[in-house]
Write a protein that binds this ligand. Structure first.
Ligand code: PMP
Length: 330
């Protein structure tokens, strides 16, 4: 019989898919590492598993302990799955701007979710940051992974994502492109690929226009999960050879093209990363192998990126491809 003992065994070893629809006019091979094949639907399952295992080994997380993390998204899902399989309690703290769908996903896995007001200063006792710190102090045997500073975040990519890409491309990868949120993906994967190739592999970060990684001030943008207004410890500032800034408009339009032209229903940070990867690949010859990492799936974005009215409200549809509208004959 062929079966797995636990959902935990299904983390990682995601497939590489050649992009053939959006790559018209490009000679280089462009391959996507499709992370929505992880059991929690995102790349964050990798760091959740590694951070929990390391905390068990160091004694920071004791049997029956509680994991407390300020997260509303993919990291929470990864932590919730691993915690449930290993018998830990999870308490997540998230701001009230987070959609009820995302909160319900976390609760469905058995996690508790504390919702905090967005409209208060970070110093306020009810702020997202202060509530999670208070819960860590007050709950016995509580442990906070803190993905922004935890070295096991980049380490999980150094140990899994990097070697997988080297093996899957038989060492032929020439460029690695990834969005930067905490910086864990690009730092860990990038360092492994540079070491194993004696510095040959080029590492390129993709960043929303406005974020600090591409020289912005931290001004707001709409793409979720990437870009920052501060420099996290998980990000190795030496790792990227280049950073490509991508607009919300280009990110979301590419996200929609990936669904229609590649059969890939993925999130907005995936469209952003592919837009950057195509820019990198365009001048390269046929021997180049550009790998772009796609962090999550698109189901969580149906009411935004895949909703024509939402896109039109921001002016993202203007001058583009014809859209399906209510009333069209389908
Ligand atoms: N895209 C999405 C949707 C994410 O949730 C994240 C993680 N914040 C990233 C990209 C960036 O990954 P990393 O934190 O490893 O830089």
């Amino acid at each position: 019989m062929q079966y797995h003992e636990s959902m935990i065994d299904l983390v990682g070893n995601t497939p590489l898919l050649k992009l053939t629809g959006v790559t018209e006019g490009i000679e280089a091979t462009v391959l996507a590492k499709v992370e929505y094949f992880n059991p929690g639907g995102s790349v964050k399952d990798r760091i959740a598993l590694r951070m929990i295992e390391a905390a068990e080994a160091s004694g920071e997380l004791r049997p029956g302990g509680t994991i407390v993390e300020p997260t509303s998204g993919n990291t929470g899902v990864g932590l919730a799955i691993v915690a449930q399989r290993k018998g830990y309690r999870c308490v997540f703290v998230c701001p009230d701007k987070v959609s009820t769908d995302k909160i319900n996903v976390l609760r469905a896995y058995g996690a508790e979710v504390v919702v905090c007001p967005t409209a208060v200063d970070p110093e306020h006792p009810d702020s997202y940051y202060n509530v999670s710190d208070r819960l860590v102090r007050e709950i016995p045997d509580a442990w906070k992974p803190d993905q922004y500073s935890n070295p096991n975040n980049p380490r999980s990519h150094y140990e899994t994502t990097g070697p997988e890409l080297w093996d899957q491309t038989e060492g032929r990868i020439t460029h690695f492109v990834a969005g930067i949120g905490t910086g864990g993906t690009i730092s860990g994967t990038g360092r492994y690929l540079k070491e194993v190739s004696d510095g040959r592999v080029r590492v390129i970060g993709a960043d929303p226009e406005g974020s600090v990684y591409s020289g912005g001030s931290g001004r707001p943008y709409l793409v979720e999960g990437v870009g920052e207004d501060f420099w996290p410890d998980a990000y190795d500032r030496e790792i990227a050879d280049d950073i490509v800034a991508v607009s919300d408009r280009d990110s979301f339009r590419m996200t929609r093209r990936l669904a229609r032209e590649e059969g890939l229903l993925v999130g907005g940070s995936c469209g952003m990363a592919v837009a950057a990867a195509l820019e990198v690949a365009r001048p390269l010859g046929p021997d180049a192998v550009v790998v772009v990492l796609l962090p999550d799936g698109g189901r969580g974005y149906l009411s935004k990126i895949f909703n024509d009215e939402w896109m039109a409200d921001y002016g993202f549809l203007e001058g583009g491809e014809p859209e399906t509208r209510v009333g069209d004959v389908l």
